[in-house]
Write a protein that binds this ligand. Sequence first.
Ligand SMILES: [Zn+2]
Ligand SMILES: [Zn+2]
Length: 313
Amino acid sequence: MKDYQILLYYCYTHIADPDAYREEHHLKCLELGLLGRIIIASEGLNGTVSGTEEGCRQYMEYVKADPRFEALEFKIEAHEGHAFQKLYVRVKPEIVHSSLKHVDPTKRTGKHLEPAEFKAMKDRDDVVVLDVRSNYEHQVGRFKNAVTIDMENFRDFPEKIKELDHLKGKKVLTYCTGGIKCEKASAFLIEQGFEDVYQLHGGIIKYGIEQGGEDFEGKCYVFDGRVIADVNKVNPSIISKCYVCGTLSDRMVNCANPVCNRHEPMCEACGDKMQGACSEECKCHPEKRPYDGTGAYPKELNGYDPYLHVKRS
Ligand SMILES: [Zn+2]
Ligand SMILES: [Zn+2]
Protein backbone atom coordinates (compact mmCIF):
# COMPACT_ATOMS: atom_id res chain seq x y z
CA MET A 1 0.00 0.00 0.00
CA LYS A 2 1.49 3.29 -1.11
CA ASP A 3 0.04 5.40 1.68
CA TYR A 4 3.18 7.50 2.18
CA GLN A 5 4.54 10.23 -0.01
CA ILE A 6 7.95 11.51 -1.02
CA LEU A 7 8.21 15.27 -1.50
CA LEU A 8 11.01 16.84 -3.52
CA TYR A 9 11.28 20.63 -3.57
CA TYR A 10 13.53 23.66 -3.56
CA CYS A 11 13.23 27.42 -3.68
CA TYR A 12 15.78 30.14 -4.24
CA THR A 13 14.67 33.02 -2.06
CA HIS A 14 16.12 35.17 0.69
CA ILE A 15 16.16 33.78 4.23
CA ALA A 16 17.39 36.48 6.60
CA ASP A 17 18.07 34.27 9.62
CA PRO A 18 18.75 30.68 8.47
CA ASP A 19 19.54 29.46 12.01
CA ALA A 20 16.25 30.64 13.48
CA TYR A 21 14.33 29.30 10.50
CA ARG A 22 16.15 25.97 10.76
CA GLU A 23 14.93 25.60 14.35
CA GLU A 24 11.32 26.38 13.48
CA HIS A 25 11.36 24.16 10.40
CA HIS A 26 12.95 21.26 12.25
CA LEU A 27 10.34 21.33 15.01
CA LYS A 28 7.55 21.39 12.43
CA CYS A 29 8.97 18.30 10.72
CA LEU A 30 9.24 16.45 14.04
CA GLU A 31 5.66 17.36 14.86
CA LEU A 32 4.48 15.98 11.50
CA GLY A 33 6.59 12.81 11.67
CA LEU A 34 8.60 13.56 8.53
CA LEU A 35 11.96 12.01 7.74
CA GLY A 36 14.49 13.14 5.16
CA ARG A 37 17.07 15.78 4.38
CA ILE A 38 16.47 19.51 4.36
CA ILE A 39 19.03 22.22 3.70
CA ILE A 40 18.47 25.84 4.64
CA ALA A 41 20.73 28.68 3.51
CA SER A 42 20.43 32.41 3.17
CA GLU A 43 19.84 31.70 -0.55
CA GLY A 44 16.87 29.35 -0.01
CA LEU A 45 15.46 25.95 0.90
CA ASN A 46 16.07 22.48 -0.54
CA GLY A 47 14.56 19.23 0.66
CA THR A 48 13.46 15.65 0.12
CA VAL A 49 11.23 14.22 2.81
CA SER A 50 8.89 11.30 3.28
CA GLY A 51 5.82 11.07 5.47
CA THR A 52 2.21 10.01 5.66
CA GLU A 53 -0.19 11.65 3.21
CA GLU A 54 -1.61 13.71 6.05
CA GLY A 55 1.83 14.68 7.38
CA CYS A 56 2.93 15.72 3.89
CA ARG A 57 -0.28 17.65 3.30
CA GLN A 58 0.20 19.66 6.49
CA TYR A 59 3.87 20.22 5.72
CA MET A 60 3.11 21.57 2.24
CA GLU A 61 0.48 23.85 3.73
CA TYR A 62 3.01 25.11 6.31
CA VAL A 63 5.67 25.85 3.69
CA LYS A 64 3.30 27.45 1.19
CA ALA A 65 1.82 29.74 3.87
CA ASP A 66 5.21 31.49 3.98
CA PRO A 67 5.40 34.23 1.31
CA ARG A 68 9.13 33.62 0.86
CA PHE A 69 8.29 30.29 -0.77
CA GLU A 70 5.67 31.55 -3.19
CA ALA A 71 7.57 30.10 -6.17
CA LEU A 72 8.21 26.73 -4.53
CA GLU A 73 6.69 23.67 -6.19
CA PHE A 74 6.40 20.24 -4.61
CA LYS A 75 7.03 17.14 -6.68
CA ILE A 76 4.86 14.48 -5.02
CA GLU A 77 5.38 10.74 -5.43
CA ALA A 78 3.56 7.87 -3.72
CA HIS A 79 5.66 5.44 -1.73
CA GLU A 80 5.27 2.45 0.57
CA GLY A 81 6.38 3.66 4.00
CA HIS A 82 9.15 6.13 4.72
CA ALA A 83 11.92 6.54 2.15
CA PHE A 84 14.36 7.71 4.84
CA GLN A 85 15.49 6.44 8.23
CA LYS A 86 16.40 9.80 9.74
CA LEU A 87 15.60 13.49 9.70
CA TYR A 88 18.30 16.05 9.14
CA VAL A 89 17.61 19.77 8.90
CA ARG A 90 20.85 21.63 8.32
CA VAL A 91 22.09 25.14 7.65
CA LYS A 92 24.69 25.32 4.88
CA PRO A 93 26.30 28.09 2.81
CA GLU A 94 24.44 26.93 -0.34
CA ILE A 95 21.34 24.77 -0.87
CA VAL A 96 23.33 22.76 -3.46
CA HIS A 97 27.10 22.62 -3.11
CA SER A 98 28.10 24.16 -6.44
CA SER A 99 31.18 26.41 -6.32
CA LEU A 100 28.80 28.95 -7.89
CA LYS A 101 28.07 30.86 -4.72
CA HIS A 102 28.12 34.18 -6.59
CA VAL A 103 25.30 33.13 -8.93
CA ASP A 104 21.83 34.34 -7.87
CA PRO A 105 19.07 32.52 -9.80
CA THR A 106 16.46 34.97 -8.49
CA LYS A 107 18.17 37.66 -10.60
CA ARG A 108 18.97 35.75 -13.79
CA THR A 109 18.59 32.14 -14.88
CA GLY A 110 17.65 30.09 -17.96
CA LYS A 111 14.04 30.21 -19.17
CA HIS A 112 11.91 27.63 -17.40
CA LEU A 113 10.24 25.06 -19.62
CA GLU A 114 7.31 23.08 -18.32
CA PRO A 115 7.60 19.31 -19.04
CA ALA A 116 5.21 19.54 -22.03
CA GLU A 117 7.23 22.42 -23.53
CA PHE A 118 10.50 20.56 -22.95
CA LYS A 119 9.10 17.49 -24.68
CA ALA A 120 8.00 19.54 -27.68
CA MET A 121 11.41 21.23 -28.06
CA LYS A 122 13.96 18.56 -27.16
CA ASP A 123 14.27 16.88 -30.58
CA ARG A 124 14.59 20.02 -32.70
CA ASP A 125 17.74 20.42 -34.83
CA ASP A 126 18.74 23.72 -33.25
CA VAL A 127 18.44 22.29 -29.73
CA VAL A 128 20.92 20.47 -27.55
CA VAL A 129 19.77 18.74 -24.37
CA LEU A 130 22.38 19.03 -21.62
CA ASP A 131 22.44 16.78 -18.54
CA VAL A 132 24.01 18.77 -15.69
CA ARG A 133 24.21 15.81 -13.30
CA SER A 134 27.23 13.75 -12.32
CA ASN A 135 28.54 10.44 -13.70
CA TYR A 136 26.86 8.15 -11.17
CA GLU A 137 23.53 9.73 -12.07
CA HIS A 138 23.62 9.88 -15.86
CA GLN A 139 25.20 6.43 -16.16
CA VAL A 140 21.93 4.78 -15.00
CA GLY A 141 19.58 7.08 -16.88
CA ARG A 142 19.44 10.12 -19.13
CA PHE A 143 17.35 11.66 -21.91
CA LYS A 144 17.81 10.16 -25.37
CA ASN A 145 20.57 12.08 -27.22
CA ALA A 146 21.48 14.15 -24.17
CA VAL A 147 24.97 15.58 -23.86
CA THR A 148 26.47 14.41 -20.58
CA ILE A 149 29.39 15.85 -18.64
CA ASP A 150 32.19 13.67 -17.30
CA MET A 151 32.20 14.86 -13.69
CA GLU A 152 32.21 13.20 -10.29
CA ASN A 153 30.52 16.12 -8.56
CA PHE A 154 28.42 19.14 -9.52
CA ARG A 155 31.18 21.33 -8.02
CA ASP A 156 33.21 20.59 -11.18
CA PHE A 157 30.54 22.04 -13.49
CA PRO A 158 32.12 25.51 -13.96
CA GLU A 159 35.45 23.92 -14.91
CA LYS A 160 33.85 21.36 -17.29
CA ILE A 161 31.82 23.97 -19.16
CA LYS A 162 34.95 24.95 -21.10
CA GLU A 163 34.51 21.70 -23.06
CA LEU A 164 31.06 22.82 -24.26
CA ASP A 165 32.12 25.91 -26.19
CA HIS A 166 31.04 24.29 -29.47
CA LEU A 167 27.42 24.36 -28.25
CA LYS A 168 27.26 28.14 -28.15
CA GLY A 169 24.79 29.29 -30.80
CA LYS A 170 22.44 26.38 -30.11
CA LYS A 171 19.42 26.45 -27.86
CA VAL A 172 20.65 24.68 -24.74
CA LEU A 173 18.03 22.82 -22.65
CA THR A 174 19.43 21.79 -19.28
CA TYR A 175 17.89 19.24 -16.95
CA CYS A 176 18.64 17.56 -13.62
CA THR A 177 16.75 15.44 -11.07
CA GLY A 178 14.37 17.99 -9.58
CA GLY A 179 15.38 21.23 -11.32
CA ILE A 180 17.54 22.75 -8.59
CA LYS A 181 20.98 22.26 -10.16
CA CYS A 182 19.71 23.80 -13.40
CA GLU A 183 18.96 27.10 -11.66
CA LYS A 184 22.64 27.87 -11.15
CA ALA A 185 23.93 25.82 -14.08
CA SER A 186 21.77 27.68 -16.62
CA ALA A 187 22.58 31.05 -15.03
CA PHE A 188 26.28 30.21 -15.25
CA LEU A 189 25.95 29.18 -18.92
CA ILE A 190 24.42 32.58 -19.68
CA GLU A 191 27.26 34.25 -17.77
CA GLN A 192 29.72 32.28 -19.94
CA GLY A 193 28.22 33.53 -23.20
CA PHE A 194 25.62 30.90 -24.04
CA GLU A 195 22.77 33.03 -25.32
CA ASP A 196 19.70 30.83 -25.55
CA VAL A 197 19.45 28.78 -22.37
CA TYR A 198 16.40 26.90 -21.05
CA GLN A 199 15.88 24.55 -18.14
CA LEU A 200 13.45 21.74 -17.44
CA HIS A 201 11.30 23.08 -14.62
CA GLY A 202 10.87 20.47 -11.88
CA GLY A 203 13.48 18.21 -13.50
CA ILE A 204 13.17 14.57 -14.50
CA ILE A 205 10.82 13.83 -11.61
CA LYS A 206 8.16 16.34 -12.70
CA TYR A 207 8.65 15.28 -16.34
CA GLY A 208 7.95 11.70 -15.25
CA ILE A 209 4.81 12.69 -13.39
CA GLU A 210 3.41 14.98 -16.11
CA GLN A 211 4.71 13.47 -19.36
CA GLY A 212 5.12 9.80 -18.44
CA GLY A 213 8.89 10.18 -18.74
CA GLU A 214 8.86 9.63 -22.52
CA ASP A 215 12.38 9.27 -24.02
CA PHE A 216 14.09 9.18 -20.66
CA GLU A 217 16.35 6.14 -21.07
CA GLY A 218 17.18 4.07 -18.00
CA LYS A 219 16.24 5.02 -14.46
CA CYS A 220 16.48 8.21 -12.48
CA TYR A 221 19.02 8.27 -9.66
CA VAL A 222 17.36 9.73 -6.56
CA PHE A 223 18.63 10.78 -3.16
CA ASP A 224 16.30 8.75 -0.96
CA GLY A 225 16.02 5.10 0.04
CA ARG A 226 14.89 4.10 -3.46
CA VAL A 227 18.31 4.95 -5.00
CA ILE A 228 16.79 4.73 -8.48
CA ALA A 229 13.24 5.56 -9.54
CA ASP A 230 11.18 4.50 -12.55
CA VAL A 231 10.14 7.60 -14.43
CA ASN A 232 9.46 6.33 -17.95
CA LYS A 233 6.10 4.62 -18.38
CA VAL A 234 5.92 5.28 -22.15
CA ASN A 235 9.06 3.71 -23.70
CA PRO A 236 11.24 2.44 -20.82
CA SER A 237 14.67 0.91 -21.37
CA ILE A 238 17.84 -0.07 -19.50
CA ILE A 239 21.12 1.62 -20.42
CA SER A 240 23.50 0.77 -17.58
CA LYS A 241 25.68 -2.34 -17.55
CA CYS A 242 26.57 -4.76 -14.78
CA TYR A 243 29.95 -3.72 -13.39
CA VAL A 244 31.05 -7.36 -13.19
CA CYS A 245 29.81 -9.04 -16.39
CA GLY A 246 28.70 -6.17 -18.64
CA THR A 247 25.11 -7.29 -19.29
CA LEU A 248 22.40 -4.64 -19.15
CA SER A 249 21.33 -4.03 -15.55
CA ASP A 250 19.98 -1.13 -13.54
CA ARG A 251 20.20 -2.84 -10.18
CA MET A 252 22.34 -0.50 -8.07
CA VAL A 253 24.52 -2.23 -5.51
CA ASN A 254 27.06 -1.08 -2.95
CA CYS A 255 30.11 -3.34 -2.92
CA ALA A 256 29.88 -5.64 0.12
CA ASN A 257 33.43 -4.69 1.06
CA PRO A 258 32.81 -1.61 3.26
CA VAL A 259 36.29 -0.27 2.50
CA CYS A 260 35.49 -0.28 -1.23
CA ASN A 261 31.73 0.46 -1.01
CA ARG A 262 31.74 1.13 -4.79
CA HIS A 263 28.23 2.03 -5.97
CA GLU A 264 27.61 0.38 -9.34
CA PRO A 265 24.96 -1.54 -11.28
CA MET A 266 25.28 -5.29 -10.68
CA CYS A 267 23.02 -7.97 -12.17
CA GLU A 268 21.28 -10.45 -9.90
CA ALA A 269 23.41 -13.39 -11.08
CA CYS A 270 26.68 -11.56 -10.38
CA GLY A 271 25.32 -10.34 -7.05
CA ASP A 272 24.77 -13.98 -6.02
CA LYS A 273 28.02 -15.25 -7.51
CA MET A 274 30.16 -12.45 -6.07
CA GLN A 275 28.16 -12.26 -2.82
CA GLY A 276 27.64 -8.56 -3.46
CA ALA A 277 31.34 -7.79 -4.02
CA CYS A 278 32.61 -5.87 -7.06
CA SER A 279 35.80 -7.95 -7.46
CA GLU A 280 37.45 -11.15 -6.25
CA GLU A 281 39.63 -9.02 -4.02
CA CYS A 282 36.59 -7.39 -2.38
CA LYS A 283 34.89 -10.79 -2.09
CA CYS A 284 37.80 -12.04 0.05
CA HIS A 285 38.16 -8.88 2.11
CA PRO A 286 38.17 -9.67 5.88
CA GLU A 287 35.55 -6.97 6.60
CA LYS A 288 33.18 -8.04 3.81
CA ARG A 289 29.53 -7.64 4.85
CA PRO A 290 27.04 -10.51 4.43
CA TYR A 291 25.02 -10.17 1.21
CA ASP A 292 21.24 -10.34 1.63
CA GLY A 293 20.40 -10.05 -2.07
CA THR A 294 19.76 -6.30 -2.06
CA GLY A 295 23.26 -4.79 -2.04
CA ALA A 296 22.01 -2.05 0.27
CA TYR A 297 23.67 -1.53 3.63
CA PRO A 298 21.64 0.95 5.67
CA LYS A 299 23.73 3.17 7.88
CA GLU A 300 23.53 2.38 11.56
CA LEU A 301 21.02 4.42 13.53
CA ASN A 302 23.41 4.32 16.50
CA GLY A 303 23.65 7.72 18.10
CA TYR A 304 21.06 9.30 15.81
CA ASP A 305 19.26 12.08 17.65
CA PRO A 306 16.17 13.49 15.94
CA TYR A 307 16.52 16.62 18.09
CA LEU A 308 20.11 17.30 17.01
CA HIS A 309 20.73 21.08 16.99
CA VAL A 310 17.30 21.91 18.42
CA LYS A 311 17.83 24.68 20.96
CA ARG A 312 14.33 25.22 22.32
CA SER A 313 13.44 23.17 25.41
ZN1 LIG B 1 26.54 -9.33 -14.08
ZN1 LIG C 1 34.60 -3.50 -4.21
